[in-house]
Design a protein around this ligand. Structure first.
Ligand code: GTP
Ligand code: MG
Length: 135
């Protein structure tokens, strides 16, 4: 079994899609280990997205992700990292397939509703950042 960090980003919370996201991952067979509504301080957002620090969209991404409450989840199951990334769909919602969260529910690359860790190393780092008591 494996754990991954999932975020329902501020656009998803504002649009009332928290239940929809949780329903989809639970229906898939993944289980919730932790869940919290919180508004990220800028420093946490910059650490979370540190790999994108030099990208042109980084300032906009930090503004967006700190711009309202998000829901942070730790999710567990067999191959949870890959399983959730498959549920989420491609980063660009226009390219994400139908049946995926982003493909069904989003239209803009930045406001793409969810985050999911992309590797075991990222998952460990991100769970440590959001839920230090779990590590
Ligand atoms: P996350 O799970 O959120 O990390 O998404 P991802 O792994 O599918 O994509 P990536 O890590 O490459 O990008 C992180 C986030 O930055 C994306 O989910 C988008 O919200 C945003 N993003 C990525 N590319 C762009 C872009 O070209 N323009 C803008 N404005 N935002 C982008
Ligand atoms: Mg990513």
């Amino acid at each position: 079994t494996e754990r991954t960090l999932v975020l329902v980003k501020p656009d998803g919370v504002a649009r009332g899609l928290v239940g929809e996201v949780i329903s989809r991952l639970e229906a898939k067979g993944l289980r919730l280990v932790a869940a919290e509504l919180r508004t990220l301080p800028r420093e946490v957002a910059e650490q979370h997205y540190g790999e994108h620090r030099d990208k042109p969209f980084f300032p906009s991404l930090v503004e967006f992700i700190t711009g309202g409450p998000l829901v942070a989840l730790v999710v567990e199951g067999p191959r949870a990292i890959e399983a959730f990334r498959a549920l989420a769909g491609a980063t660009d919602p226009v390219k994400a397939g139908p049946g995926t969260i982003r493909g069904d529910l989003a239209l803009e690359v930045q406001r793409n509703i969810v985050h999911g860790s992309d590797s075991p190393e990222s998952a460990a780092r991100e769970i440590g950042l959001f839920f230090p008591a779990l590590t």
